[in-house]
Design a binder for this molecule. Structure first.
Ligand code: UTP
Length: 474
């Protein structure tokens, strides 16, 4: 009689040896049959040859800056012609929204290490007065769009595998915040490896794994086959943003209008980089395609280069707000393509089990985390459009618990945006030189999601409420 346990173990051991991972064999040998099956399933999903290639890439010379050209964007409106163009884009975008052709994708997975929040990032309380969670804020923005345009906007939320059930339960409990179509699904994981491409063990019986990056969205979508379901009969564009940017606008008529008007396969918002060394990816052109280059890959001479007016040559920063044409996205969510995005490397300190089977917390960097990034879809597009935005209107991410890009700066930036709207509505407010009032303000998406909408409604209010500390308008 065949011993099934033995068969599994042999298969697992062969797979490890074939891929130069013999160092873990002694740890796994005496585990039970169930554990062998699980490990085998986990390891079979790993493309070990890809791992080897990535490790070699660590020793590769850096990128040749002479091949890079700055990307071009549709600038913020300045001239009369530009203003008319933006106005037309708004009208076009609203028409597309009224037809119900847009769905929203929010990436809300990852580890949130810097924020130090171990629950799903979307649960993080972020609005300045009411402390609404990121998920609630975006749900309200989408719902406001549904009401304004009389349509249904499907919302696709990518979460980490460990947070899937908790996130689903939260939305059930909140009755989807009144939204009709919410789809929550999990991203995949990749093994964490050491500098020689060897698997790291997080315990004697487990391989250390980490989320596969926001580019893992493609594999996750392929797995659930959601796009095919949604595409029929109406969705033609997917609006994408990251859950940790409260200023992101899921349904921005300007952006949608430019994207559809120019028949782009991908469009991205960009903002001006603050200073040469700022740690943001920038848009570049090479080989006739638009792409995003990570700050660490941009040669220093490119990062510093300026034009005659002193503006940074490579100064258009990626804020992870994109629009994807549905056919284009669907094409990359199919077997054989969904995992074709390149892997990016980040070097980390990751606790590991050493040869003596003890857990070690390293003081030096010891591990490679590999991730896929969604912006690598850009060079696949024949037509990619970049639309400039004002940073203070579209980007204030919550990455850290304090300091730069933190909870504090994000609440301040939200307040400043609302103060700007109120000031344009002729409300007198005390504000500092940066435009921030000395107290928090909040305008709920049910009242307005943009300055344009705010002014429309505010001007019509016969009796305007007084604005003071902790002002909240819905
Ligand atoms: P970050 O790059 O800031 O990563 O993600 P993170 O995991 O949230 O935080 P750190 O780096 O551990 O501190 C940017 C956006 O992409 C999503 C996050 O939820 C965030 O909205 N993301 C990130 C994913 O959905 N999956 C991932 O694997 C990584």
């Amino acid at each position: 009689m065949v011993n099934r346990g033995k068969v599994k173990w042999n298969a697992l051991r062969d797979l490890l040896i074939r891929n130069d991972q013999d160092h873990v064999v002694p740890f796994f040998e005496n585990l039970g049959e169930d554990r062998h099956s699980e490990l085998l399933a986990q390891l079979e999903s790993i493309d070990f040859s890809q791992l080897r290639r990535e490790v070699l890439r660590l020793r590769r010379p850096s990128c040749d800056g002479s091949r890079l050209r700055p990307a071009t964007c549709i600038p913020l409106p300045g001239t009369t012609t530009e203003k008319a163009r933006w106005k037309q884009a708004w009208v076009d975008g609203e028409t597309v929204l009224r037809r119900g052709e847009v769905a929203v994708i929010t990436v809300a997975g990852g580890q949130g290490t810097r924020l130090g929040f171990d629950r799903p990032k979307g649960f993080f309380p972020i609005t300045p007065v009411k402390g609404k969670s990121l998920f609630q804020l975006f749900a309200e923005k989408i719902r406001a769009g549904e009401c304004r345009y009389g349509c249904t906007v499907p919302w696709l939320i990518l979460t980490g595998p460990d947070h899937l059930e908790e996130t689903k339960a939260f939305f059930v409990e909140q009755k989807n915040f009144g939204l009709r179509e919410v789809y929550i699904f999990a991203q995949g994981q990749l093994p964490t490896i050491d500098m020689d491409g060897k698997l790291i063990l997080s315990a004697k019986d487990s391989v250390a794994m980490h989320p596969d990056g926001h580019g893992g969205l493609l594999c996750a979508l392929e797995k659930i086959g959601l796009l095919q379901t949604l595409r029929l009969p109406r969705i033609r564009h997917f609006s994408y943003f990251q859950v940790d940017n409260p200023l992101a606008s899921p349904l921005d008529p300007y952006f949608i209008g430019f994207h559809t008007g120019m028949e782009a396969q991908v469009s991205s918002r960009c903002v001006r980089k603050n200073f040469p060394g700022e740690k943001v990816g920038v848009f570049v052109e090479s080989e006739d395609r638009t792409r995003v280059m990570e700050y660490s890959d941009l040669p220093p001479e490119c990062a510093m280069a300026t034009d005659v007016s002193g503006r940074l040559h490579f100064g258009l920063a990626n804020v992870a707000i994109h629009l994807f044409e549905a056919n284009f996205l669907e094409h990359f969510c199919q077997a054989g393509r969904s995992n074709s995005l390149p892997l990016h490397i980040s070097l980390r300190k990751v606790p590991y089990i050493n040869a003596a089977a003890h857990l070690v917390r390293p003081v030096e960097i010891n591990a490679i985390k590999l991730e896929r990034f969604i912006f690598d879809l850009l060079p696949q597009a024949e037509c990619a459009v970049l639309l400039e935005g004002r940073r203070e209107e579209i980007f204030s991410p919550v990455k850290n618990s304090a300091g730069l890009d933190s909870v504090e700066t994000s609440k301040r930036d939200q307040t400043r945006q609302f103060a700007d709207w109120l000031a344009r509505g002729k409300v007198d407010l005390i504000r500092d030189a940066g435009g921030t009032p000395p107290f928090f303000l909040e305008i709920a998406p049910s009242f307005a999601v943009s300055c344009e909408e705010f002014l429309e409604k505010w001007m019509q209010l016969e009796k305007k409420p007084a604005v003071g500390a902790n002002f909240y308008l819905e």
